[in-house]
Design a protein around this ligand. Structure first.
Ligand SMILES: NC(=O)c1ccc[n+]([C@@H]2O[C@H](COP(=O)([O-])OP(=O)(O)OC[C@H]3O[C@@H](n4cnc5c(N)ncnc54)[C@H](OP(=O)(O)O)[C@@H]3O)[C@@H](O)[C@H]2O)c1
Length: 284
């Protein structure tokens, strides 16, 4: 039995779908059983669980052999997740696959990367076999821009000419499934990116051509980006973390393309052109 956390989210949802399609027995840990009811399937059972209620996590882990661990950003560094991996150890979990982030490190500038770095460090110390997946910016994040694209034909970010190799969430899930079910991944960390590193202006060109309308990328100062994020209801620490991340990326801090997706899955990373064709449906 594999416990899949974050099962109502982007990565966890895909992982659950793929594991179930392969016939694996899965238990999806969700906060709201009613909301998650559609996830139920022949080999998917649901269990209520919340990282803020450790007894529920302990119950969810009971009888599972593996854990797919999605974390929820906190202002406090590694400590909040520590009880979860401690409980996993106590429950006899034999392999934890954790979603971290590209560039995660305890000394990173961005809170978000620092926080992932602390959680990765704790996981390395806990004494349970583990694999860490470090994905870059999700292609699916572009859905956040749908409203702006519909209203103004534009999306905004403080990315200047910085290049990033955005990755399709389905490729992250493929890698998660491959490391959960395969051998030889204990103690490994994989940087996961898409196949091409592009500027935001280049992403805008690709979206324009797939959507059949002009979509512009508008570069904005970091302070303006933070104001917009706060306006969307993002917590202050999270907005600061994102702005620091973008600032690093805008100066070429995360341009690299990794070959890990191809190595782990034996297929090339999904292209942004293919993603853009699907995205077109959302802005029409
Ligand atoms: N977005 C990016 O570009 C990017 C890049 C690199 C790394 N990452 C990392 O990737 C990971 C997964 O991201 P995602 O986009 O798949 O997440 P997501 O779609 O935002 O989903 C978050 C999941 O966590 C669950 N959750 C929230 N609070 C919880 C709690 N207290 N206890 C248990 N579960 C809780 C949510 O359940 P509910 O439905 O109940 O809310 C949901 O299933 C994150 O750790 C993120 O930092 C993201």
């Amino acid at each position: 039995m594999i416990l899949v956390t974050g099962a109502t989210g982007k990565v966890g949802g895909e992982v659950l779908k793929q594991l179930a399609a392969k016939g694996e027995q899965c238990r999806a840990m969700v906060r709201d059983l009613k909301k998650a009811a559609p996830l139920k399937g022949d080999n998917i059972e649901l269990v209520q669980g919340d990282y803020d209620k450790m007894d529920s996590v302990e119950k969810a882990l009971k009888g599972c052999e593996k854990l797919f661990l999605v974390s929820v950003a906190r202002q406090t560094m590694g400590e909040p997740e520590f009880p979860v991996i401690t409980a996993a150890k106590k429950a006899g979990i034999k392999h934890i696959v954790r979603v971290s982030a590209l560039g995660a490190h305890v000394s990173a500038d961005s809170h978000l990367l620092k926080w992932h770095g602390y959680n990765d460090t704790n996981l390395r110390k806990i004494g349970v076999p583990y694999t860490i997946l470090k994905p870059h910016y999700f292609m699916q994040n572009f859905y956040m821009f749908v409203d702006g694209i519909k209203k103004q034909g534009a999306f905004y970010a403080p990315m200047k000419e910085g290049k990033i190799a955005a990755i399709d969430v389905r490729d992250i899930a493929d890698c998660a499934v491959s490391t959960l079910l395969g051998k030889g991944h204990n103690g490994k960390a994989y940087d996961l990116t898409g196949g091409e590193s592009l500027t935001m202006a280049q992403y805008a060109e690709k979206l324009s051509s797939a959507c059949g309308k002009t979509i512009k990328y508008v570069d904005i100062p970091p302070a303006e980006a933070k104001k917009a994020m706060l306006g969307m209801g993002m917590p202050d620490f999270f907005a600061d973390g994102l702005v620091a991340l973008y600032t690093n990326w805008s100066t070429g801090g995360a341009e690299k393309v990794s070959d890990a997706v191809e190595k782990l899955t034996e297929h090339a990373p999904r292209s942004f052109d293919a993603f853009a064709k699907e995205f077109a449906g959302a802005v029409r």
